[in-house]
Design a protein around this ligand. Structure first.
Ligand SMILES: Nc1ncnc2c1ncn2[C@@H]1O[C@H](COP(=O)(O)OP(=O)(O)OP(=O)(O)O)[C@@H](O)[C@H]1O
Length: 623
């Protein structure tokens, strides 16, 4: 077989021997082996071309895109040459902030990505006009059609003017005409000097013609790489004649999908698993043939598209992106100097924080329905609690009611604050992963903005609930005691929210909604355990109880209600053993507990869950 070779440029994407494996688990826990999704595939996607990764369902198209773009790193090995800082990844699902308009989203993208003094307005109009989205600039993201959302995703990434675009199934869910327009748009992007790589399941003949380069995968192997029009000559050359009524793309996918394992391995051997490309010979290289068919076949040849030096080095080194030798050093130096330039140009962390804080506040305030639901929930809970314990707080004979009141308040706060982020945060994490990967912001500014943006409303809503319960239950008319009581409730709500966010950042909605209550249950059990036999609680159990922030919150609330020399309660019976608050505190074995220590403990738990949240976010964004 005659081979020619070529060198990849800086804007090309080159990869060699990419393997991707995922763990196989027994009972969802124990790893008993690994499943290989990509079997050492190689290839090159060139600048100025629109390349498509094609193949039957489950062939590994998304896996390859994720592996070479760096969107997925765990389980991936091999060698790749890609200017990651100049690339962007557009996911299959178009995650955007639903309540913000196209124009607002573009302004956020500009504020986070563009440091130049060039007017953002001019840039936004230019991009939106190019993508035929200018007429929808005042529409919110949730009102856009599938095609418009896809174009918005491209528009948002275009703000930073990346050279390399990776798109996972950009045409999925679009009708034929819209899909074709979307591919034409990508073709224009490629023509304007970009490297555009997308996955596509089974393109129509019109869409197929628009690609400059096709990379066909089957069962994690590369079975063809080259121009779309070369597929038929390629298949003919190996005696697989595409029927006249078939589209070549359909035919090759059908062949790969036919469970013919030996065919896939033969095709993969011919292409050397992606190291070779089937391409047309230049005019001056034409062989003079005899008949038309042989002339057509002789117009194509296999070309080695892997950088030779790079290939040699790759044999010596073993890890992803680990490139040895002089060539690699040169590449590293170039990348380093470019990085320094880009870093000095990039938006500062403080600015990222301010932009994100503004965005998050806007997002919270726009969600009127959620705001009303939360308002009514806190108001109703406050009124209900107030009515249940109406004027009971000063009755010495109702000791158990006082305890139920304190634990009940903490439970309402904890349940409300834990469940909301468990159900809502997993969606946000997907968006954060994409935006973080595309270098919109760093995690620290995001994390700070997330924490601070939620404070005002959380305090406001908790104050509604706590005010109603405090004043209606008839607790002492002392402002300082009310403030202390509210502070305990608010800090417990922060701990609970931290736990909810940490769970939401780690698990999907389905798993999180099971894990959340599962994790709260022991805290809850420990919170109500032993209040009526406090003096007999074993030491080990006592230590365990300290780990329950619900218990710590309840004890701190009891101390804020009955501590600080609260005067004796009224007694409407002959004898009220607990009318003296000190007796009650002694019975609960908390009379010597310092409220400030308990506060400190709540702060420690708060920090613990917030650190867990940060680590979990970091892990999700970097794997
Ligand atoms: N994390 C994972 N764990 C186990 N198997 C996985 C994982 N991710 C993907 N797979 C499996 O690997 C195979 C390739 O998945 P991939 O999503 O890359 O396929 P695809 O070619 O993009 O398919 P489609 O066109 O249907 O989206 C599939 O069989 C899929 O079920």
């Amino acid at each position: 077989m005659e081979l020619t070779s070529m060198i990849a440029t800086n804007k090309d994407v080159e990869f060699q021997q990419i393997c991707y494996t995922v763990p196989i688990r027994k009972n969802f826990v124990q790893e008993i082996g690994r499943r290989t999704l990509l079997n050492g595939v190689s290839g090159t996607f060139r600048n100025g071309e629109l390349s498509a990764i094609m193949g039957p369902s489950g062939a590994g198209k998304s896996s390859l895109l994720n592996a070479i773009s760096g969107y997925r790193t765990s389980g991936v090995t091999g060698y790749k040459k890609i200017n990651k800082r100049d690339s962007c990844y557009i996911t299959q699902e178009d995650h955007h902030q639903p309540l913000l308009t196209v124009e607002e989203l573009m302004h956020v993208a500009c504020a986070l990505k563009v440091t130049s003094r060039k007017s953002h307005e001019v840039l936004i109009t230019e991009i939106l006009e190019n993508l035929n989205l200018n007429h929808r600039r005042n529409a919110t993201a949730e009102c856009l059609s599938g095609g418009e959302r896809k174009r918005l995703s491209i528009a948002l990434e275009s703000v930073a003017n990346p050279t390399i675009f990776f798109l996972d199934e950009p045409t999925s869910g679009l009708d034929e005409v819209t899909a074709s327009q979307c591919i034409q748009l990508l073709k224009n992007l490629a023509k304007s000097g970009r490297t555009v790589v997308c996955t596509i399941h089974q393109p129509s003949a019109t869409i197929f013609k628009n690609f400059d380069h096709i990379y066909v995968l089957a069962k994690g192997h590369c079975v063809y790489q080259g121009e779309p029009k070369a597929i038929i000559p390629f298949l003919t050359s190996i005696h697989l004649d595409c029927p006249k009524t078939y589209s070549p793309s359909d035919y090759i996918i059908e062949l790969c999908d036919s469970n013919e394992g030996s065919l896939i391995s033969s095709l993969s051997e011919i292409t050397q698993n992606g190291k070779l490309e089937y391409t047309q010979i230049n005019d001056n290289e034409h062989t003079i043939g005899t008949d038309e068919d042989s002339l057509a076949l002789s117009n194509y040849r296999w070309k080695n598209i892997i950088t030779p030096v790079y290939l040699e080095n790759s044999k010596q080194s073993g890890s992803l992106g680990c490139i040895g030798g002089g060539f690699a050093l040169l590449e590293k130096m170039k990348a380093f100097s470019k990085r320094i330039k880009q870093d000095s140009d990039s938006v500062s962390g403080t600015r990222q924080f301010l932009v994100l804080l503004h965005l998050m506040m806007k997002k919270i305030l726009r969600n009127r329905i959620a705001l009303w639901i939360q308002f009514i929930h806190h108001l109703m809970c406050g009124l209900m609690f107030g009515l249940i314990f109406y004027k009971a707080a000063n009755q010495g004979e109702r000791m158990f009611d006082h305890l139920k009141y304190c634990i009940g308040c903490i439970l309402v706060i904890v349940y409300t604050q834990v469940m909301v982020p468990i159900l809502s945060f997993p969606m946000e994490v997907k968006l954060v992963k994409k935006e973080f990967f595309n270098r919109w912001y760093s995690l620290t500014p995001y994390y700070m903005a997330l924490t601070i943006s939620r404070l005002p409303l959380q305090i406001f809503f908790n104050m509604i609930f706590l005010s109603f319960t405090y004043w209606m239950s008839g607790l002492p008319n002392e402002l300082w005691r009310f403030m202390l009581f509210s502070s305990v409730g608010i800090i417990t709500s922060f701990v609970a929210e931290g736990m909810g966010l940490a769970i939401g950042a780690t698990f999907s909605i389905t798993n999180g909604s099971a894990v959340g209550p599962l994790l709260i249950a022991p805290f809850l059990g420990l919170a109500i355990y032993g209040f009526d036999f406090a003096a007999d609680i074993p030491a080990l159990m006592y230590a365990l109880m300290k780990l329950s922030y619900i218990r710590v919150g309840a004890v701190t609330l009891v101390l804020s209600v009955f501590g600080f020399n609260r005067p004796e309660l009224d007694c409407n019976e002959m004898y009220c053993h607990f009318s003296d608050p000190k007796v009650l505190l002694r019975f609960l074995r908390v009379e010597k507990v310092s409220i400030w220590h308990e506060f400190g403990f709540l702060v420690l738990l708060l920090l613990f869950f917030r650190v867990m949240l940060f680590l979990s976010l970091k892990k999700r964004c970097r794997t």
